[in-house]
Structures are given as C-alpha cells and as structure tokens.
Design a protein around this ligand. Sequence first.
Ligand code: ATP
Ligand code: MG
Length: 417
Amino acid sequence: MRQTQLFTKTRKEAPADEMAKNAQLLIRAGYVHKEMAGAYDLLPLGFRVVDNIKKIIREEMNALGGQEFIMTGIQSKDVWTSTDRWSDDIVDIWFKSELHAGGQVGFGWSHEEPITEMIKNHISSFRDLPIYVYQFQTKLRNELRAKSGLMRGREFVMKDMYSYSTDAEQHEKFYQKTIDAYKKVFDRLGVGEDTFVTFAAGGAFTEFSHEFQTICEAGEDIIYINREKNIAINEEVLNEKTLKDLNISREELEQVKTAEVGNIFNFGTEKCEKMGLYFKNEKGETIPVHLGSYGIGITRMIGVIAEKFSDEKGLVWPESVAPFQIHVLVLGEDEIVIAQAEKLYGQLTKRNIEVLFDDRKGVSPGEKFSDADLLGIPYRVVVSAKTVQQESVEIKKRTSADSELVSYDEFIARFTV
Ligand code: ATP
Ligand code: MG
C-alpha cells in the first residue's frame, strides 16, 4: 500500500472531547474516526487490525470445531420476553425501536436468546448435538458511560460463540478446551503474559463464570492475582468463602487494574429450559440442552493493545495484529533513491509481505519519521541517499532505539518466509 493512496492521514490533535489515551492515539494515527461518544468508524488501518485479530480468533475457534455464521442485528421482542430480558429494568443497555408496520424490535446487545430460539429448529435428537457456532458481530449497547474510547463502545465488535451439549460432561469438556483456545488467542495477540483467567460472578449452574482479564491501567475492573499459583479473582467475588474454596489467603494476592477482554459463561440447562429447547436422549427421554456462551471483545482488545503498547511517540503494534509488517520510508526526492525504494517495495509486495510505502513527496524526513512512530508498524525501513550509496537500507524496530544497516538482499531475505 502506498501512503499517497492510503485513505486518511495522521493528525496533530485528537478531538478535544476525547479523553481516552487509546482513542486519542488511534484517531491521531488515522486508524479510527470518532462519530460520537462510544462510536468509532474503523478506517482502513483500523479495519486491517480488526481483520488480523479476527483471523487469529477464527483459526482457534475453527480448531475447536466451531462453525462461523452470522445472525441479524435486529431482534424480536417475543424471544427476549420469554426469558424476561426484554424489560429495561432487567437489561439496562437496550437500544429499541418501533416498526412502521407496528411492534417493537431490539438491537442486538447479545445473541443468547435469538440463537437459542433459532437452534430449536435444528435439534430434536442427541444425534443433532453438540453444536458449536460463532460469529463476529457488531453489538449495540446503550452504555451509560462511554469514556474509555474503544474499550467501551455503544457500538463494538464482539466474537460470540455458543455451545449446545447433551450433558454436563460434554459441556464441561468443551468449556475447558475453550479456555485453552482463548489462552492461545491472547498469547498470539501479544497479551498472554498479562491476561488472567479470572473467577467472576455469574454462571447459572456453577458458582463462578470465567473472565479473561488483561492488566491495563485504563481498565475498568479490579482483580486480585497470584502469579505463581496462577489464580485470579475479580473483586466482585473476593470474599472469605472464595478464598477458602481456592485455598489462598488475601495476603498472597496482588491488586491490579484490568480490562475484561473475554468472558465465558455456563448456563447449564437453565436458559434452554426457559426457552423450551429440549431433545430426545439415547434412552428416548426428553431433556433440556446445556448452553455455554463465550465472548471476546475485539474492539475493546484494540483499545487495550493501544493502551499497553504505545509510548510518547505513538502506537507500537505487536506483529500479529499490525496493519502492515514493514513501513518503507523514502527520504528526499532524488530519482535514483526513489527508484531503489520502488524496486524494494515491488520485491516485498511480490512476496506477499504487508508493506506500507511512504512515497509522499514534499514531506520532510522528520515528519515521515514522526508519522512512522505514530503509526507504530513493527519495522521501519529507510531508503535515502546515504543508504543507497552503501547499497543498503536502514532497519529499525519500533520497539528499539537502535537501527542497523542491511544490504538489499539480506533485507529481502530476512522478511521472506
Ligand atoms: P463489561 O462488564 O465490561 O460491561 P460485559 O460483562 O457486559 O462487559 P459480555 O456481555 O460478556 O460483557 O461481552 C463479552 C465481551 O465483550 C466482554 O468480555 C468485553 O470484552 C466486550 N464488551 C462488552 N461490553 C463492551 C463495550 N461496551 N464496548 C466494547 N467491548 C465490550
Ligand atoms: Mg457490560
């Protein structure tokens, strides 16, 4: 991608009303545009980051046997009434609207009820189970506070997966496999070491639900962790009973601020019973299905990464999510230098390496450097009169202060897999 053709530019200032560091950086670097509080457009750069995260999640969910699908954003009132969750007193984040034809619809803040209703048409016998499906959805929530940038949107992207199982054992097996798959996802996203499987409130049949909490100063949650014992407890369930159950004392726990990047939940048979999702088991008995739901906040994750991986100069993307791997900067307007940069750009793109090529004219080297730092692409590669004289390029990692001079061939070879 040529920077002269890239839609959106970097900006000196974020909007004055934007308080969150993650959104300030992402807006200034041209990854997102703020429509209003809690609503951000994903511009081409931001879109690429979302796409990279989705690819990683898709691979891990498919490996679990998950099948991707997509449900509608508008939802039926009746479906949610059946579990009492249409009421604004019970769910306080609904967006709803009136149909011209009469009647109300809700905008999907979750899909647990609609999918369970849909599954009723597809299950009658134990032979139809288990079912594992997931989607990437734009969720709409009328959040009271939307001051954390991408970390709490009124419109945001979530991966939500659902498991329908014949019994507690089949359910539990998948639940545990999903925990492992989530760990892989967060490892691959570069936050594995700072992400904890955390005991939290909820769970219909179990005492706890499990949240995936990533240490982050700008996060809205507080959890208590012990790294050696690998135990994490959300403050909402930190009490004598929990400590006793987990065989740990308060003194062994360290308090940290976190952001909830994922949440997995065991409904047992409760929701399926309420909604009438039953099947015939091998003995011919009619029994309710076990439901599990598994979310990952994709746009929140981007906010968390921007908060954690950034410095005073800008973003510092982990390679796995970066919109491009290499940022080639051509300095000056000498024709020979430009021709050399074009040649290298061509060689890299031919090898399917994701490159952003700063081919802008009339932009000073200083400005190109500061934009490169703001954009945060993992490798910056400079082609200038000085490097061309030595038949080399200057490579600098975004995470490092040092650069090195490398011959053209070695440069290409280094990035060829
Ligand atoms: P929170 O407690 O932060 O409001 P939640 O418990 O409502 O989250 P879920 O309904 O379980 O969250 O949604 C699954 C995941 O979606 C969360 O773990 C989080 O990563 C993400 N998420 C939830 N609400 C938002 C939001 N308003 N903006 C961005 N991401 C969100
Ligand atoms: Mg919430």
